[in-house]
Design a protein around this ligand. Structure first.
Ligand SMILES: [Mg+2]
Length: 457
């Protein structure tokens, strides 16, 4: 799975960590600063350079969901109550959120940046990773590209929309680099800079180290960045309790994983849950729908999966994740049954720990992907199932037929002038409908960028 890592057996993780030549700068990560507040300043030039907060509602009895950098010296930040903010800074501009506008500006920004550098992945409405070319592996050229991107944004979109940029060998490291200097930063982390350049990082500030993982790290005696760095991939896997630990290890050490269709390592989906879906019953329906979607894509690529991972984000904090293996399969029934089993374990454990928390998001991934006749493509899949169990081939055929019917219906609806989203609503199971983000109820911290259509509800 790690594109730059040598084949297993040729080199130990120790060797990999020792040299940096095999991990050139490969990603540019861009994190817009105080994004919602910046869009308000962009749209209202009289607010440029002024303290601004954005609120979810037009009300004095709510809290800021974004604060411009000019508001921060007053002690105002995300979460500050509007009334407190007015006391701390009588001059503060209080702007109610306009999510559709933030999505529209996001699209303008991506379009501008893609003139300079290809997009790898949008992480959220104000964060995205881009791919550096081979010639930009040279730090001076990568930095020149980053400056061109910043200049392009300022000139062609607007100077209010500042971003912190990180350049690094992996997306995780590039994101950590972007975090280093705010606002308007530009930070390079090369493999040779590690681990000392990040030695001061607080573990819970690292994406991938949630509250649950942090607790398990602490139990394992890992209480600072150097100790985290010195873990072996297998230890990381044990602490995380899933292959995600190893994926994290590789990202942290500057190895990137590939997600191209022909060499997929995992297929999955993630969803932030709105208030009405944060109960266990509703969240389970969402997780099942995401899994069915992933299984359909799996069959589309002609791939088999040999494990399933599930994670839930909890509100107000924390999370839970687990993974299970099975014989290579394309069968959605098997996947759903496996998810149900994991879900039961999840519920049992949560009930033991006290009142059921609200579920803020669910993620499902099919891993250990392979094609018939090939060895597992997922090099991190240490399950090493030797052969394909084709016992479920009849069921897989059934699911392929279901996929075909769905695709056919989708095409027909589109011919009738319905958008793909509308078509999907027609053919989705009743229990799976109504999953779209609700405009008023939408959580502000999108983990993905919503389509404009989702704001029509
Ligand atoms: Mg940001």
């Amino acid at each position: 799975m790690p594109s730059a890592a040598p084949a297993p057996g040729k080199s130990s993780p120790d060797d990999l960590a020792a040299s940096g030549a095999d991990r050139p700068l490969a990603y540019l990560f861009l994190d817009f600063n105080a994004y919602f507040a910046s869009v308000e300043q962009h749209d209202h030039p009289e607010l440029m350079g002024r303290p601004v907060i954005v609120t979810p509602l037009n009300s004095e009895y709510t809290s800021a969901i974004a604060a411009s950098y000019e508001a921060r010296p007053y002690g105002i930040k995300r979460g500050t109550r509007v009334r407190d903010a007015r006391e701390m800074c009588p001059d503060i501009a209080v702007m109610p959120a306009r999510h559709d506008r933030y999505v529209a500006v996001h699209k303008l920004l991506m379009k501008e940046i893609e003139r300079h550098i290809p997009l790898e992945k949008v992480y959220s409405i104000d964060e995205a990773a881009f791919r550096l070319s081979r010639s930009e592996h040279d730090p001076a050229r990568a930095v020149a590209t980053a400056r061109r991107v910043k200049q392009g944004i300022a000139e062609n979109v607007g100077p209010a929309l500042r971003a912190s940029v990180g350049l690094a060998p992996s997306r995780l490291l590039a994101k950590l680099a972007a975090e280093r200097v705010k606002p308007d930063g530009l930070t390079v982390i090369e493999a040779k800079d590690l681990p000392h350049k990040l030695a001061d990082m607080t573990l819970t500030d690292i994406p991938g180290v949630g509250a649950g993982v942090a607790k398990r790290l602490e139990k394992a005696g890992v209480d600072n960045f150097l100790k985290l760095w010195n873990l072996q991939p297998k230890q990381a896997r044990a602490i995380w309790g899933s292959v995600m630990g190893e994926r994290f290890w590789y990202g942290l050490h500057g190895f990137e994983t590939v997600e191209e269709p022909t060499k997929k390592s995992m297929i999955g989906h993630s969803r932030v849950l709105t208030r009405e879906h944060e109960t266990p019953d509703k969240a389970r329906i969402v997780a099942r729908a995401l899994l069915l979607k992933a299984a359909s894509r799996l069959r589309h690529y002609g791939l088999f999966a040999s494990s399933l991972s599930f994670s839930a984000r909890l509100r107000p904090e924390g999370g839970w994740e687990t993974a299970r293996r099975f014989s290579h399969s394309q069968d959605s029934f098997l996947f759903l049954k496996t998810l149900d089993e994991m879900w039961e374990v999840f519920l049992t454990r949560q009930r033991r720990e006290g009142p059921m928390p609200r579920i803020g998001g669910v993620t499902v991934y099919l891993h250990g992907l392979s094609k018939p006749g090939e060895t597992a493509l997922d090099q991190l899949d240490l399950f090493a199932e030797p052969a394909h169990a084709q016992t479920d081939s009849r069921r897989a055929d059934l699911w392929k037929a279901v996929d075909a019917v769905n695709a056919d219906l989708d095409a027909k609806f589109r011919r009738l002038g319905a958008s793909s989203g509308e078509a999907k609503r027609y053919i989705s199971l009743a229990s799976q409908s109504g999953l779209a983000l609700n405009y008023l109820g939408a959580k502000i911290a999108f983990s993905r960028v919503p389509e404009e259509a989702e704001f029509l509800y």
